[in-house]
Design a protein around this ligand. Sequence first.
Ligand code: FAD
Ligand code: NAP
Ligand code: KPC
Length: 527
Amino acid sequence: MTARTLTTWDIRKQDPLSIHDWGPEIDSMLEDPDDQRVVFNVDETDPRPFDAIFLGGGAAGRFGSAYMRALGGRQLIIDRWPFLGGSCPHNACVPHHLFSEAAAELMLARTFSGQYWFPDLEGKITSIKEMVDLFRAGRIAPHAIMNFQSKEQLDLEYILNAPGRIIDSHTVEVAGRVFHANNLILATGARPRPLDCPGADLHGVYTYESLVEDLDYEPGDTVVVIGGGKTAVEYGCFFQATGRRTIFVVRSQLLKLLEDGETRDYVITMMKEQGTEIWEDSLLTEVHNDGSGKVKGVTVSTPNGTEYVETDFVFHGLGEIPNSEMAADALGVKLNDDGTIVVNPQMQTSVPNVYAIGDLIGTPMEMFKARKSGMYASRHIMGEDIHYEFNEFPDFLHTHYEVSWFGIGEEEARERYGEVTIIKMPPDSEDGWEVALPATDRMMLYAFAKPRMSGFQKLIIASESRRVVGAHHVGAGARDAFQYLFQLYRKGLTIDQLAEMDELFLNPTHFIQLSRLRAGNQNLRDL
Ligand code: FAD
Ligand code: NAP
Ligand code: KPC
């Protein structure tokens, strides 16, 4: 292996780079092995010490940095990639949203294939590789924006395209130079848990990371997906929507995170009606080699015996492993059993002056927590008395639909509160899901032509206090409302307050207009 020859590209010594200028530079550093520049953006004329070094410039490190800067502090980000923003735009959330949008569009197009203005998709498979290539070509755009925004608009200091090495709790080495700070903030994220079975390293076995880096062929007509969490389901539904036979192999149950039984039932039933096969209590035991290093099939152990599936494409989403090893070795920070770093509500680790944020500190591994934990670490370092706990939050995932929720499910609400009032669509009726409700944004064609596909929604109210204790929505376009509705719920939102709100009909959550139909009753009744 040839040694890496590093050159320093001091971007403070040239004219500011526009978003447009950044694109090809990042592309070259990512794609050309001979381009070994270290992006150097440090104000060496500033005599102030750094208040913190952020090791990792993903969502957590970047937002923590922006907040520290806003509070008048001085920060330095070190990231091994040539761009800021981390895994979200590079291989995680952003491709997931592209693929999930494709899944929703394809479900619509397949449902109405050959009708209205839709082309005939009968028997047609659409390309997975084309979507992956589209993403790869486009991901440079958010990367360029992040580098531009961070320097020109947020005044952040950063060193990119070189890994940092922790020396002690105040010191990091990068590209042969040593930087000191009053505090060290660990923000190195997480990586996919590998598949552990014979054949797991064959060409044709992918994670969300390797899919966008390495896919170099068009997968055949059968896909096997391992896992039952958000990653597996989001990618699996996209693969299925392209027209391929898609089998989920799940060691326990699919989508256990959906706690409201009826919502989960609707979500899974709709996945099945699209054609996904769900093999629960099942384990992939071997991936088979076609003799040239490529996948030709898998063996799955199921409750009904062993099955062989012919396929050239296996995708797994088995959760995340935190990148905590260096911090544990170099600093001895205390870890949880799963390798995540233990922090208190001030984001402090067990080592003085060392903080940890983002995916590194465990679930939920979501953008809101990455960004907020970064922000809270900075606030604490800058002298604020803060406390951040993330035990309750709004949540979402994609199947072919968008699923949003907060609070508890009906089962738990009945246990906790005794009497509960349920407001839901479709209503309990003889027709069940065949009723053309909820009729909401981007569900109208289904409502008129395939009513059972028009979504599902449920509001759960503790009858005595009249407070909302859970909200669940399957459809499209409601996620936005949920992030704001959640704040009202935390403040004790009641059905009567919901009834006072002003809906922008046709509102995707529907909850306001439905609450108004019942709020007038002293004794609440289901709807
Ligand atoms: P990262 O963004 O991973 O940043 C870590 C950074 O550390 C990286 O830039 C890396 O280069 C750097 N680094 C690591 N080691 C070193 C080192 N030694 N030296 C220098 N730099 C180093 N969340 C949502 O809210 N919405 C979604 O839709 C969503 N979709 C997702 C889809 C998928 C498939 C996955 C896997 C996750 C998704 N998430 C989503 C979760 C979200 O991506 C993460 O929670 C978030 O990106 C974590 O940010 P972070 O800053 O903690 O880590
Ligand atoms: P996850 O939620 O941890 O789910 C992992 C799945 O893999 C579970 O079904 C688990 O089964 C199974 N599994 C784990 N190890 C296995 C093994 N050795 N063999 C077989 N099955 C195994 O992981 P994820 O879906 O990858 O998500 C990771 C994190 O990223 C989560 O915090 C998630 O919230 C976040 N994320 C967010 C989004 C989003 O849209 N917001 C998207 C993707 C990921 P059991 O249930 O039996 O344990
Ligand atoms: C463009 C976009 O918002 C997706 S990538 C976000 C990375 S960061 O702003 O650092 O959280």
